[in-house]
Design a protein around this ligand. Structure first.
Ligand SMILES: N[C@@H](CCC(=O)N[C@@H](CS)C(=O)NCC(=O)O)C(=O)O
Length: 240
């Protein structure tokens, strides 16, 4: 039996540049199964996104379906002990963070020139030099188009930050003084929450987001606690 999680390792002072890879990594650790980590080859999977896992030869794409695959296979519920209402709140929080706050953070990284230069541009260092600039321009244009379609780039940067501030404050309030979002033990949403909130908290980029996270000492303590528990050492292979 062999399980491999495909994604990317430490970048931008984070365990992974991708919140979804961090989430899947945390979930696999919560399942308690041995697994390896390997650098993703997006061209090898039809959704063209990471994370994905190869589990005994079966490829499972998308962090939500990775979770479901192992919950079913192992008979382990990452939300065991939660009431139906807590499960609903957990899903709502996860999707607010992933579908609203995360794209705002992505805009900080991809649309602000100095952040793009020091951040996402590094993803393309492996592209042969003669075509690198064209590939970078195309991928960045695709990102801008996606953000226009979803509406995020139609907000000004300051409007996006205002919305992010509300998301981060909501997460901080829901966490309160608990060790994790639903008590002493991590549940599924902690994987998603760590991924997105750690992404906002990194000081690697020029952004107001880390300052906003820092306004909530309980969130900062939570992120430190989660980092220590799940990512104490650098677990990923070096990227080429
Ligand atoms: N819904 C997916 C989202 C995964 C995702 O957006 N991954 C990004 C990195 S954060 C990616 O692989 N992007 C590559 C691309 O869009 O080409 C999940 O939960 O796994």
């Amino acid at each position: 039996m062999k399980t491999t999680l495909y994604g990317w390792g430490s970048m931008f002072d984070l365990p992974s540049p991708s919140p979804f890879v961090m989430k899947a990594d945390i979930h696999l650790q919560m399942f308690g199964i041995p697994f390896e980590r390997a650098i993703a080859d997006l061209d090898s999977v039809d959704k063209h996104k990471a994370p994905y896992v190869r589990d005994d030869g079966v490829v499972v794409q998308d962090s939500a379906f990775i979770r479901r695959h192992f919950e079913k296979k192992l008979g382990i519920d990452l939300d065991s002990g939660l009431t139906p209402e807590q499960r609903a709140a957990s899903w709502a929080l996860e999707k607010m963070l992933e579908r609203h706050l995360q794209p705002i953070d992505a805009c900080e990284r991809w649309l602000i020139d100095e952040n793009f230069e020091r951040g996402p541009k590094q993803f393309f260092l492996g592209v042969p030099a003669p075509m690198r600039d064209a590939v970078i321009a195309q991928v960045r244009a695709d990102f801008a188009k996606t953000m226009h379609g979803s509406g995020f780039s139609r907000y000004s940067r300051q409007e996006r930050i205002t919305l992010a501030r509300a998301d981060i404050a909501a997460a901080a309030l829901l966490l309160g003084s608990k060790a994790h979002f639903f008590g002493d033990t991590p549940t599924a949403v902690d994987g998603a929450a760590f991924g997105v909130l750690a992404g906002c908290a990194t000081r690697f980029f020029e952004s107001e987001l880390p300052d906003i996270v820092a306004e909530h000492p309980n969130l900062v303590a939570y992120l430190n606690r989660m980092q220590k528990r799940f990512f104490e050492t650098d677990l990923w292979p070096r990227m080429a």
